[in-house]
Design a protein around this ligand. Structure first.
Ligand code: GAR
Length: 195
């Protein structure tokens, strides 16, 4: 049995979830964060990876969709799981096939509501506020070839008040993400190791 599970984190933005996940597993002997993969040179997650001492891999659209460099890199690092933490591109089929039921995403709303193409970050929170919802939450799900459509693994809710704005909702959602995402990943990975 493999003793260490290796996780690759894909992120496009600030990377606060990536940092939280890396810190959560930093003392772990069974889970290792192999690298952060990012499609935006200016994304703050690159800086976070540097500070955390985690290798980072930057790629562009052509590399991701038309070459196998990223898959080769994942394989060379012995990656077992891919975690999307604020990553905004569809994962190409050749990567999905190489990691069946081994790629998970976090979405900042209660899917199937407020998901799909173009629904990310603050846009999600604005839509939820504009619709006058009384609750929102987070969804952790497997990734397939469609945006936000893979099987749901976990959801957690928060209540909204009339005073909430997209910004205050974003803060509530981030708190839920920080609390639950690393724990759900830890459970999945340990179940995967034992199955
Ligand atoms: C998170 O809230 C995540 O759920 C969301 O982007 C944010 C990234 O924050 N993801 C999506 O909207 C995907 N559709 P972070 O960069 O600070 O972790």
């Amino acid at each position: 049995m493999k003793s260490t599970s290796r996780i690759a984190i894909f992120a496009s933005g600030s990377g606060s979830n990536a940092q939280r996940i890396a810190e959560y597993f930093s003392g772990s002997s069974s889970v290792e964060i192999s690298a952060v993969y990012c499609n935006k040179p200016e994304a703050y997650v690159m800086e976070r990876a540097r500070s955390l001492g985690i290798p980072s891999v930057l790629f562009d659209r052509d590399t991701f969709y038309n070459q196998t460099v990223i898959l080769d890199d994942l394989k060379s690092r012995g990656v077992d799981w891919i975690v999307l933490a604020g990553f905004l591109w569809l994962v190409p089929v050749y990567i999905l096939k190489a990691f069946p039921q081994r790629i998970v995403n976090i979405h900042p709303a209660l899917l199937p509501g407020y998901g799909g193409r173009g629904m990310f970050g603050m846009k999600v929170h604005q839509a939820v506020i504009e619709a006058g919802e009384e609750q929102s939450g987070i969804t952790i799900h497997y990734v397939n070839e469609q945006y936000d459509k893979g099987d749901i693994l976990f959801q957690s809710k928060c209540k909204l008040s009339r005073e909430d704005t997209a910004e205050t909702l974003a803060a509530k959602i981030h708190e839920l993400e920080y609390e639950h995402f690393p724990v759900v990943i830890g459970k999945l990975v340990s179940e995967g190791v034992n199955s």
